[in-house]
Design a binder for this molecule. Structure first.
Ligand code: MCN
Length: 784
């Protein structure tokens, strides 16, 4: 039996090329006759475009063309229509503002592109973009929901009065109100979830080629979902018919959700390639990335949780205002609604939950999915409330949680989700033991002797992953289901290719997907090739987001493997003259059970393609495809416990201990899963303590570089203690739950709960920078 199957800590196959600098990213692609694009972007957050004078730019060396939005819309391309249909509680549809890939009449955020220069070199394109004269009539701007919703606020889109996009609700309002009215104790909090820039290591990039002789387009792009990109570029933005467009997402250096949706630059590069008859390359600068990559989070909420006299939760009511930026992007409407509010029951048995969400346009870059997308916001809210309630009630925060845990499955929450499995108390116990919670008081005392304030905070997160069952997205009005596809090809020489619709951009699919095949066919992973990211090679795929590639993508592969296995057994039974039931696959061979009769995979492969060796009536070849559509989401959950030490003189906080116990169902590769959790927690620590995308009142981005936007560095993160306590997911054949977002979802509340515990002041918002922590400490001193 190969030692590379399910559960093995196989080193990542893909790392050889990544760590030797041999990865092939979009910016590495060089096409014949390639030109470069540079975008002319608005320096204003809100302005009417009076005129664009490109004459000086057009006359500059190397300039091929300067193109603007009127030309683009004149070709009927690039009117961006996005966002899944959300219906407001009064039954009205979303107020969708118009969005052209190049703005024509009006710009709505700093960075909104009005024109593009195509030139022989990048430097020539950038210099000419500087020379394009745009006359703006500057309008008042708004950069946050509090201002956007004010009477008389600047109107960003004509058809969105008061800048509101929708006013949506979920849960049982009357019952929740009644439960809260009769509660023995209520906890109320105002909670802000800070806005974040996504910052994948590789900036966005696109290389578009129009082949006039074939009337065909090829787009290399930094995408998490190339097939969906092709569909949207074709069906919505009218760039090219689907069969005339090939989209390739080669190696992609991180996405974190920011590379799911289809950006204006991809549309414009394709169109400009057709206009100029040249390949067109654009690669974002880091400054452009800060300005134009979709941001994440940005919620302002008020929440009330009610408890009976025995500390059982009786009701939970939440109002959330979400900033969606200047335009609706692809997933933005679902992030603060179905991805967020459906998880507001947390790990708890709460009979009454009600949430209403109002979304607003602001003069900021669109807000879309960022690792966790809605679920970190839910987990932060629920887990801050639980910790605060425990402090108010004077009970142990872990035990308050335990008392209210869901214990029986399936469990229907009042906010749509039906949890299928879990052992929340088991995760709590495992984390408490690993974190030595019993020894915390002594550690706190010892820290005090060193002049440090030590605090501890819990987070018992739950998320919905494996996005998404088609039935669920269908009921939201989406035109497509979110199944995944796979094809398994056994070559005549016995090697195996797996074509998958999932896309790996750091998650190690080339390794874990091969491990699944290794487990089933007892073959070494080097004999197995994973093919992904190319619409001409893989028939269709829904891509990677919502931690779906394991539970959904690998389940599709598993289904296809079932079909291949059945055919392999038929072929072997025929060739080896045995009964099909006696054929077994082991030791890298296909054998007759209990005999020494066996075929190597190369013999099976060759037989499949050598028709005279096949059973009568069997078609030659050995490749099978499958689609897998989950019946439910998967519900990864866990318990995180963070311990911090705060220097009261400076507010500087150090995370001294971080313990995680996660439930990811069946684990394919523990090393990769732990890496995913480590990375996620680092991002969560970034949100909790360092990162903040800040606009001033005029809509200028103040955190537009790494001088002002602080990413976590090695000395900001501790050594994590990560462990698993898994229950099998009943919803997919492998029993897997997603792990790709858990760390980012679960960690921010644990960090803030620990800091607020240390400083004795609950009035602290993310990011808990030293100055904020210090100010909160001064409030404590002032109150004494
Ligand atoms: N896995 C496993 N056992 C499990 C679950 C998963 O061995 N029980 C493995 C999978 O086979 C896969 C990896 O862990 O190799 C992650 O699987 P999964 O949880 O299904 O997540 P996806 O592959 O769908 O990745 C998406 C997820 C998301 S939504 C974001 S955001 C994110 C993340 O993954 N972005 C990432 N992790 C990232 N990691 C890197 N390096 N870069 C990103 O952009």
């Amino acid at each position: 039996m190969t030692d590379q199957g399910i559960g093995a800590r196989v080193l990542r196959k893909e790392d050889k090329r990544f760590i030797t600098g041999k990865g092939k990213y979009t910016d590495d692609i060089v096409q014949p006759n390639q030109a470069y694009a540079a975008f002319v972007r608005s320096p204003h957050a809100h302005a009417n475009v009076k005129s664009i004078d490109a004459s000086a730019a057009e006359a500059m060396d190397g300039v091929e063309a300067v193109l603007n939005g009127h030309q683009l819309t004149g070709d009927a391309i690039g009117n961006i229509i996005c966002g899944w249909g959300i219906t407001s509680k009064d039954g009205s549809p979303m107020n969708m503002g118009a969005w052209s890939a190049l703005a024509t009449e009006k710009v709505r955020y700093v960075g909104d592109a009005v024109a593009v220069v195509i030139a022989d070199s990048k430097a020539q394109a950038q210099a000419a973009a500087e020379a394009v004269m745009v006359e703006y009539e500057v309008l008042p701007a708004t950069s946050n929901v509090r201002d956007s919703m004010k009477e008389g606020a600047p109107q960003i889109h004509e058809n969105a009065p008061g800048n509101q996009i929708f006013d949506w609700e979920i849960g049982n309002k009357d019952e929740t109100d009644a439960a809260l009215a009769s509660a023995h104790h209520t906890t109320t909090m105002d909670i802000t979830n800070n806005r974040l820039s996504p910052n994948p290591m590789e900036p966005r990039s696109a290389v578009a080629t129009f082949d006039e002789s074939e009337d065909h387009y090829t787009l290399y792009t930094t995408s998490q979902n190339p097939h969906v990109a092709r569909l949207v570029l074709s069906a919505f933005y009218n760039v090219a018919p689907e069969h005339k467009l090939r989209v390739i997402a080669p190696d992609v250096g991180g996405g974190f959700g920011a590379k799911i949706y289809i950006y204006p630059e991809e549309i414009v590069c394709l169109w400009a390639s057709m206009k100029t008859n040249r390949s067109v390359k654009w690669t974002s600068t880091r400054s452009e990335a800060f300005l134009t990559d979709a941001h994440g989070r940005d919620h302002v909420s008020t929440a009330t949780m009610g408890f009976d006299a025995d500390n059982n939760i009786v009701g939970f009511k939440i109002n959330t205002k979400a900033n969606l930026g200047a335009y609706m992007s692809l997933f933005s409407s679902s992030v603060p609604t179905y991805l967020y509010a459906t998880l507001l029951s947390g790990q708890y048995n709460i009979a009454n939950v009600y949430c209403d969400v109002q979304t607003y346009y602001t003069n900021t870059v669109p807000v879309d999915a960022y690792r966790g997308a809605g679920r970190p916001e839910a987990s932060y809210l629920v887990e801050r409330m639980m910790e605060t309630a425990a402090r108010e009630l004077g009970v142990d925060p872990g035990e308050l949680r335990r008392q209210n845990f869901v214990r029986e499955f399936p469990h229907q929450t009042p906010v749509i989700m039906a949890y299928d499995s879990g052992d929340f108390a088991g995760n709590l116990d495992q984390a408490k033991a690993a974190a030595d919670v019993a020894g915390f008081a002594a550690r706190k005392e010892e820290a005090a002797k060193r002049g440090k304030l030590r605090g501890m905070g819990y987070s018992n997160y739950i998320e919905a992953c494996g996005i998404a069952p088609s039935a669920a997205v269908g009921s939201l009005g989406a035109g497509v289901g979110l199944w995944e596809s796979a094809e398994v090809r056994v070559n005549p020489v016995g090697t195996i290719e797996i074509l998958t619709g999932s896309h790996s951009h750091g998650q190690g699919h080339e390794t874990t997907f091969a491990q699944l095949v290794s487990e089933r066919f007892d073959l070494p992973t080097e004999n197995i090739q994973i093919v992904h990211g190319d619409t001409d090679k893989v028939q269709f795929g829904m891509g990677t987001y919502g931690s779906r590639s394991g539970a959904v993508g690998m389940s599709a592969i598993s289904k296809a493997l079932d079909k291949v296995e059945a055919k392999v057994k038929k072929i072997a039974a025929h060739v080896l003259e045995a009964a099909e039931d006696d054929i077994v696959i082991e030791g890298g061979e296909v054998k007759v059970k209990g005999t020494d009769k066996a075929m190597g995979w190369h013999e099976v492969g060759l037989s499949a393609y050598t028709a005279h060796n096949l059973p009568e009536g069997m078609e030659p070849g050995l490749k099978e495809g499958a689609f897998y559509d989950p019946t439910n989401f998967t519900f990864p959950a866990g318990c995180y416990i963070c311990e911090v030490e705060v220097d009261p003189q400076t507010g500087v906080t150090e995370i001294v201990q971080f313990t995680a116990s996660d439930d990811f169902g069946t684990i394919i590769n523990p090393m990769i899963v732990e890496g995913q959790v480590h990375g996620g927690i680092a991002q969560g620590i970034g949100q909790a303590m360092l990162e903040h995308a800040v606009y001033d009142d005029d809509g200028q981005l103040l955190s537009g570089s790494y001088m002002d936007y602080c990413m976590p560095r090695a000395d900001d993160v501790p050594n994590y203690t990560v462990s698993h306590h898994s229950t099998t997911c009943p919803g997919n054949p492998l029993g897997m739950k997603g792990c790709g977002e858990a760390g980012a979802i679960g960690s921010p509340p644990a960090v803030i709960n620990a800091i607020t515990d240390a400083i004795g002041n609950n009035n602290l918002s993310m990011p808990a920078t030293p100055s904020r922590v210090w100010a909160a400490l001064q409030q404590v001193s002032a109150a004494q």
